[in-house]
Each structure stands twice: as structure tokens, then as C-alpha cells.
Ligand binder design. Structure first.
Ligand code: KG4
Ligand code: ZN
Length: 342
């Protein structure tokens, strides 16, 4: 097996990005992502429109990924795809496409858990990349999930703590919506926060279990704060946008860092990774770099393009399963709900 060249095609279609990637023995040859602009004007992802856009994008995106990799579809050893969790209509497009292609090429089909894939993106081999040793802890922060996961082996994971209400990405996006910013607001809050004072305004942090998260109270707190201030000054948001964004972001990142500190205290594990869309955030990336210097943690920060949804993470997870001969039956079905441990 070790000398064999293995090409895996990964397909991701769980939410609003259609993506395809080719990986060769753990190295990324291509990673094509088609974002769907159609949702911005609705202030969130519209599931029906997402599946329609996947349907339009999937063939050209896969073709481009294969072409950019410099191979043909006949070189592929297996097709990996996202089985879930995600939007059912979106998942069905990728699942059906992957099945048909695997059948047509007569090669193995490999189903991948999207949440595991966010974490397994750390196993992509790249110049200068650092691969975490087992066991390590990963803080997965995305638009749909916020969890602390202990990873003892590629496919042996345990949830140590998670959110009891909103995901952290939702906290970013909903705060942005309150400020009148378009969807998804997370990257915009990050951008404006870099120009503001993170200590300008204070928001209350939630009181939950040591490894639990809660963001719905913070969202309500931000809403009341904005309502009160715009009543007194209708231009409040405009005049204070940078400081408000910086303060919101700082509060959210403080919450995440507190939980990571609790995790290290409880588990004694100092190998700490982050994954998911919110791990693109510049403040969390900075804070983890400092944690490495100050607290002796070894931190693993994914390359920017492997933070938000992408098919390279599906392909690497597929490759790791391929090495275990862990293939799927053609009757496998998409699952809208799927835990990271399933
Ligand atoms: O992992 P992802 O692409 O999709 C899900 O599986 O949910 O995560 C998307 C989330 C959105 O909530 C988006 O606002 C957030 O990641 N996000 C950010 C940043 N970039 C993306 N949040 C804060 N700062 C960023 N730079
Ligand atoms: Zn995701």
C-alpha cells in the first residue's frame, strides 16, 4: 500500500458551498469551491435555493477539480462525499452524484462525516504543516456547531462539551444582522473589529458548565444594547461600528479561550486544534498563537482555505478511510443529523 499512488476525489455539498477536491496520498492537488451568492439578500441560507445551485454547480466544479489536479477521472481510486450533517436537499445532490460516479467508474464509494472532516483537515500534508499527535483536543467552531472534541485516533472521537443553544458562527452572524450587516456577517465583524477597540463596550458572558457553551443570552444582550443606544442616538451603529464589532468579537473569543483553558485543566492535553468556519477568525488565530508561547500549548491552526466548508477536508477524511479499506455500501443515505462520533 505504501508505495501506491492513491487519488481520492472529495465532494462537499452540505450547506451553501459546492466543492470538489482531489487529494493524492494526503496532499491536495485541487480544491475548487463555488460559493452561492444567491443567499446574501435573504439574510441566511435558503435550503431550496441551495440545492438548486448545487445541482447547477456540481458537474463543472468536479470537472474543474479533476482538471486542475492534472489527472483524468480514470485515475481516481475512490469517491468520498459528505453524508451529513447538513441540509437534506443539499446533501442529496452530492450523495447522488458521488454514487453515480463511483458506480460509473467502478471504484469504491466512501461516506464522510462533515464534522469529522473539519477536524481531519489537520491531516492534510503540506509544506510547513504540523500534524497533531494523538490524543489532541479540537475546538470545532462553525455556523452549525460549537464543540470540544477529544481525538484519540483518526475516527475515535469523543465530545467533551458543546453548545446548549446557538453555535458560535450563529452568534457572529446574528450579531451582524442586528448591526444591519449582510449574511454571513462573521467575516465582516472580523474585518471591522480590526479597526476598533475591543474594550469599548462590555457584554455579559454566559454562566454554563465548564465545557459547555451558550450564545443565545449574549445575542439578546447585544440586541437590547443596540436598541437602547439607537433610541438615544439613531446614528449609534454608524458612529461606533468598529468598536461594537471589536467588543462583540472580543467577548465571543474570550468565551472560547476560557473553555479551552478549562479543557486543558481537565484533560491535561496541551495539543489544541481549531476547526470550522469560525477558525478563520483573526482574533482566535492570534490568541492561539500566543497561547503557544505563554502557556506551553502546542496549537494547530488550519490553513485559511481549510477552515470554512471545502472538499479537501472530505477528500483527506476519505483517504484515511481508504487506507483502512473502510468503504460504503451503495445503499448509504444522506443524514441531515449526524454527531461527530457517528
Ligand atoms: O464551517 P462553515 O463554513 O459552515 C458550517 O459548517 O457551518 O462555517 C460558517 C460560519 C459562518 O457562521 C461564518 O460567519 C463564520 O463561519 N465565519 C467567521 C469568519 N469566517 C467565517 N466568523 C468569524 N470570523 C471570521 N473571519
Ligand atoms: Zn462546516
Amino acid at each position: 500500500m505504501s508505495n501506491k499512488t492513491v487519488y481520492i476525489l472529495g465532494i462537499e455539498s452540505s450547506c451553501d458551498d459546492t466543492s470538489a477536491s482531489v487529494i493524492c496520498n494526503g496532499k491536495v492537488l485541487s480544491n475548487v469551491v463555488a460559493n452561492q451568492e444567491v443567499h446574501a439578500k435573504y439574510g441566511g441560507v435558503v435550503p431550496e435555493l441551495a440545492s438548486r445551485a448545487h445541482q447547477q454547480n456540481i458537474v463543472p466544479v468536479v470537472q474543474q477539480a479533476i482538471e486542475q489536479a492534472g489527472i483524468t477521472k480514470h485515475d481516481l481510486n475512490a469517491i468520498a462525499f459528505t453524508r451529513g450533517p447538513g441540509l437534506m436537499g443539499s446533501l442529496l445532490v452530492g450523495t447522488s452524484f458521488a454514487k453515480s460516479l463511483a458506480l460509473g467508474l467502478n471504484i469504491p464509494l466512501i461516506d464522510v462525516n462533515h464534522m469529522q472532516a473539519h477536524i481531519l483537515a489537520h491531516f492534510i500534508e503540506e509544506e510547513g504543516s504540523k500534524i497533531p499527535p494523538f490524543p489532541f483536543v479540537c475546538l470545532t467552531i462553525s455556523g452549525g456547531h460549537t464543540q470540544i472534541v477529544k481525538i484519540t485516533n483518526h475516527f475515535e472521537m469523543e465530545i467533551l462539551g458543546e453548545t446548549i443553544d446557538d453555535a458560535v458562527g450563529e452568534a457572529f452572524d446574528k450579531s451582524a444582522k442586528i448591526l444591519g450587516l449582510p449574511y454571513p456577517g462573521g467575516p465582516l465583524i472580523d474585518k471591522y473589529a480590526q479597526l476598533g477597540n475591543p474594550k469599548a463596550f462590555k457584554f455579559t458572558k454566559p454562566k454554563v458548565g465548564d465545557l459547555e457553551f451558550s450564545f443565545s443570552g449574549l445575542k439578546t444582550g447585544i440586541l437590547y444594547f443596540i436598541q437602547k443606544n439607537t433610541k438615544e442616538n439613531p446614528d449609534f451603529i454608524k458612529e461606533n461600528l468598529h468598536d461594537v464589532c471589536a467588543s462583540i468579537q472580543h467577548t465571543i473569543i474570550e468565551i472560547l479561550m476560557d473553555k479551552l483553558k478549562n479543557t486543558v485543566k481537565q484533560t491535561g492535553i496541551k495539543h489544541i486544534a481549531i476547526a470550522g468556519g469560525v477558525s478563520a477568525n483573526s482574533e482566535i488565530r492570534k490568541r492561539l498563537t500566543t497561547a503557544q508561547k505563554h502557556w506551553g500549548w502546542t496549537t494547530y491552526i488550519p490553513k485559511f482555505e481549510y477552515t470554512t466548508d471545502n472538499a479537501a477536508m472530505i477528500a483527506i477524511a476519505g483517504y484515511l478511510k481508504y487506507l483502512n479499506n473502510d468503504y460504503s455500501d451503495i445503499s448509504v443515505t444522506a443524514q441531515a443529523r449526524l454527531k461527530v462520533t457517528e
